[in-house]
Structures are given as C-alpha cells and as structure tokens.
Design a protein around this ligand. Structure first.
Ligand code: CP
Ligand code: NVA
Length: 310
C-alpha cells in the first residue's frame, strides 16, 4: 500500500521504483478522468505556494491550472515580489509559509535552497527545478514514454547535450524504472559524477544500463527515445557563445536520428532552440511527442499533488 502523504519531492532518488510507478499510474488515471469530464476535486480548500526565482511557462501554468482543477488554489510568488528577493532568510520564509499553505513548490538556482526550504517547512516541498534536478519534468517524461511504448523496463533513452538538471533527473528516473540511459555530452559538460555513481548503484537492482559517453552516435544507436535540452540553462546565459562551440557536434538532427530505432520518440522538456540542440526537422517531425509531453506536466503534477497533499 503506497502512501506519499506529507512527503517532500526534491529529487527522484528519494522515491522507490514502486512509488514512481504509482505516481505515473495515478497521472494516467487522473488524465483519463479529466478527458472524460469527470469531476475530481480531492484538494478542495487546499493551497499551494509557487516560488519562482527563474522564468517558467509550463511549470507555472500546469501547477496553477492543476491546483484549480483539483479544487484547490495556487499562489504565484515571484522572488522579486516577496521578501525573499530582499534577503528574508529561507528558514523564516519556510516556517511562515507553512502556517498558511498546504504545500510549497520552489524553482531556484542552488539545490541547497530547495533542501533548506524543505528542512524548515512543515508542509510538503516540491522541487520545480533547481540547477541539480528537475524531477517534475521527468515524471511527465517517463509517463509519456510509458503511454507511447506500453512499458518502460528495457527501453533505451539517449540524452544528447548538457549534463544538467534534466540529465540528472532522467538518469535517476531511468535507473529506478529499469530504463537504459545513455548520456552523450562534450568534455567538461558531463553529468555530476556523484549522481552517475548513485545511478549505477540503483541500476544494479533494476537491470538498467547507464552509459556516459562523448559520442552522440554511440548514445543514439538503437534508442527508443532521444532527449535533448538547451545548451545554456537558466543562470548560464553568459556562457552561450562558448557553449555553442562546445556543443556544435551534439545537435539532434536528421542524420543522427537515423541511428535510433525507426519508431524512436523525440522528447524535449522545452523551451527549445531550433537550429541549436535540435533541428526543426526533428523537433517538428513525425517522431516528436513534445506537446504530449508538455501536456503530461499537468497530469503528472496533479498526481503528485494528490499524493502529497491529498
Ligand atoms: N519544461 C519546463 O519546466 O518548462 P518551463 O521552464 O516553461 O516551466
Ligand atoms: N535545463 C533547463 C531546463 C528548463 C526547463 C534549465 O535549467 O534552464
């Protein structure tokens, strides 16, 4: 019997394989209800605060809409409009907000901010993206893959590009779910070695194979899914020019995808830069499921909110 009530959601390594699969199954069930127009409002009277220190389209809209659809209410709290932006300590903010809210989502820079908020808050804290991890996105990503392929265990996912928050969360999620994950990054932009080491340990239990390479071709060979992300994440904009040089051979384009399975799926967390990390032909082509994936942010987060706050 799986019960996630009251838990934080900071990164997928805190969750077991069964708990992650439970969240995916719940998201699919909530999606079905929504498509059928069935009323489902288990969060009546509940409130969620959304703290943003970085920009967002999908995360903000899907959390706000998701809370509304579940019968609750969400508050958008931009860093510059709350006292956090003027230096109020996270520890004070966490304790104050816990007196008003039933849950807090935060999008920030250092992952230590998320951990500190969770430490001092007495309500569930959800990581809406940190420099280390983006677990909400990855719930939607593996849900999308599961819906499209009918299974997860044994699939091969290739991630081409920066060893960033997306790479880390896809690695951990893949390792937990038995997905083989191959990451191809240029030298100097590999995923965090401690995350990779932790994933290799998890993978021993689940049969997942983790490959870290500098060859996009090796990573993509025989892949069921190809994933990429921007070369310069939020907070790294000033490195754009040097990153364009470093990542020049890491574009997901028509030539590279030839090496994947013919029915491969293309995924991207979005926002995307056509002509940089991915060609327009691939992201707008027949194998791309980016908009199903973006839609699933709503369903996946509703499942998470019901599980944590319900
Ligand atoms: N993928 C994602 O998190 O998008 P936003 O930055 O628009 O929220
Ligand atoms: N890696 C990107 C993901 C955006 C959703 C960033 O952190 O900016």
């Amino acid at each position: 019997q799986i019960n996630l009530k009251g838990r934080d959601f900071l990164e997928l390594d805190d969750y077991s394989t069964e708990e992650i699969q439970y969240l995916i199954d719940l998201a699919i069930e909530i999606k079905r209800k929504h498509k059928n127009g069935e009323a489902y409002q288990p969060l009546k009277g509940k409130t969620l605060g959304l703290i943003f220190e970085k920009s967002s389209t999908r995360t903000r809209v899907s959390f706000e809409v998701g809370m509304y659809q579940l019968g609750g209410h969400a508050l958008f709290l931009s860093k510059n409009d709350i006292q956090l932006g003027r230096g109020e300590p996270i520890s004070d903010m966490a304790q104050v907000m816990s007196r008003y809210l039933d849950g807090i989502m935060i999008r920030t820079f250092g992952h230590d901010n998320v951990v500190e908020l969770a430490h001092y808050a007495s309500v569930p804290v959800i990581n809406g993206l940190s420099d280390l991890a983006h677990p909400c996105q990855v719930l939607a990503d593996y849900q999308t893959l599961y819906e499209q392929k009918g299974k997860l265990k044994g699939l091969k996912l290739a991630y081409i590009g920066d060893g960033n928050n997306m790479a880390h969360s896809l690695l951990i999620g893949g390792a937990k779910l038995g997905v083989h994950v191959s990451i191809a990054s240029p030298a100097g932009y590999e995923p965090d070695p401690s995350v990779v080491a932790a994933c290799r340990e998890i993978a021993k239990q689940t049969g997942s194979e983790i490959v870290i390479t500098q060859s996009p071709q090796e990573a993509v060979k025989g892949a069921d899914a190809i994933y990429t992300d921007v070369w310069a994440s939020m907070g790294f904009e000033e490195e754009q020019k040097e990153r364009e040089l470093a990542f020049a051979d890491f574009q997901v384009n028509e030539e590279l995808v030839q090496l994947a399975k013919p029915d491969y799926l293309f995924l991207h967390c979005l926002p995307a830069h056509r002509g940089e990390e991915v060609s327009a032909g691939v992201i707008d082509g027949p194998n791309s499921v980016i908009f199903d994936e973006a839609e699933n942010r709503l369903h996946a987060q509703k499942a998470l909110l019901v599980a944590l706050l319900g």
